[in-house]
Design a binder for this molecule. Structure first.
Ligand SMILES: N[C@@H](CCC[C@H](N)C(=O)O)C(=O)O
Length: 263
């Protein structure tokens, strides 16, 4: 099979994108996707997305982690697939698409894509840390010097502890710069390594470190791969709504690759 692909990145979280509106790539196997994402034997990426058709929406987003398995929601991936939709001719002022965690809205302004994330019911305390689901499951831990942390080692410890090992969890280490700015580094489930940025992860961090208990919050976030912004509303009952993730989504290159049936 010949796959025509497009490579995108959102703050260094990089993805292989393919237009699957004709269903040509629906039979890709876990092993094939894993090999396409491999940085030595394939194209190389943190994940892969297929853009498909879905009645009532502009498109469907199907997301796979670098290990080849279907993942849950990917925030940076969501922003990149909106840009991809625009690039392949799906032109809208406001996008409505469906992903693993439900419907999403998005807008494009130059290189910047703003993506509406799903509402979050609340945050669960786990020891001195926090656990929440922003479309994907996230663990959030405060750290005073995040740039000197061994994110792979510390992230792996939490991701594979007995409470999370089976389902898996993404692990975010957060340094608070001031009340409305954070630095976040993330160990990602399914990549099983640190990525340069994680959209659902920075969203989780921004919700945990809210400064207005009731009402509007806006947080700037530094990641290894660039800057993101998260704004949202926090209700008095501890739930969150109107959550928007904003940042760059950029096309890097495109190409074609032959996939052998036995890959
Ligand atoms: N990089 C993503 C998160 C992808 C989902 C995750 N690895 C999982 O399946 O748990 C993001 O930008 O949100």
């Amino acid at each position: 099979m010949n796959l025509t692909f497009y490579k995108y990145q959102g703050t260094g979280n990089d993805f292989i994108l393919a237009d699957n509106r004709n269903g040509n790539y629906s039979q890709l196997t876990v092993e094939q996707i894993k090999k396409l994402c491999d940085r030595r034997f394939g194209i190389g990426a943190d994940g892969m997305m297929l853009l498909g058709e879905q009645e009532g929406y502009d498109f469907e987003m199907l997301y796979f982690n670098a290990d080849g398995n279907e993942g849950s929601m990917c925030g940076n991936g969501g922003r990149c697939i909106v840009r991809f939709a625009n690039d392949i001719g799906i032109k809208k002022n406001e996008y409505h698409f469906i992903a693993a965690d439900g419907p999403h809205e998005a807008t494009i302004d130059g290189e910047t894509v703003s993506l509406k994330m799903k509402d979050v019911e609340g945050i669960r305390r786990y020891k001195t840390d926090s656990v929440l689901n922003t479309g994907s499951p996230h663990y959030v831990q405060l750290d005073t010097d995040v740039m000197h942390l061994d994110v792979f080692k510390e992230g792996q410890k939490i991701r594979y502890n007995k409470d999370f090992a089976e389902e898996g969890i993404n692990v975010n280490f957060v340094q608070v710069k001031n009340e409305d700015s954070l630095i976040v580094r993330t160990y990602e489930r399914g990549v099983e390594n640190e990525t340069y940025s994680c959209g659902t992860g920075v969203t989780a961090a921004a919700l945990v470190f809210h400064h207005n208990d009731n009402g509007f919050n806006a947080v700037d976030i530094e990641t290894i791969g660039g800057n993101l912004n998260v704004r949202y509303n926090r209700e008095i009952d501890g739930s969150f709504n109107n959550i928007w993730l904003k940042g760059p989504a950029i096309r890097v290159f495109e190409g074609a690759i032959n996939i052998a049936d036995n890959d």
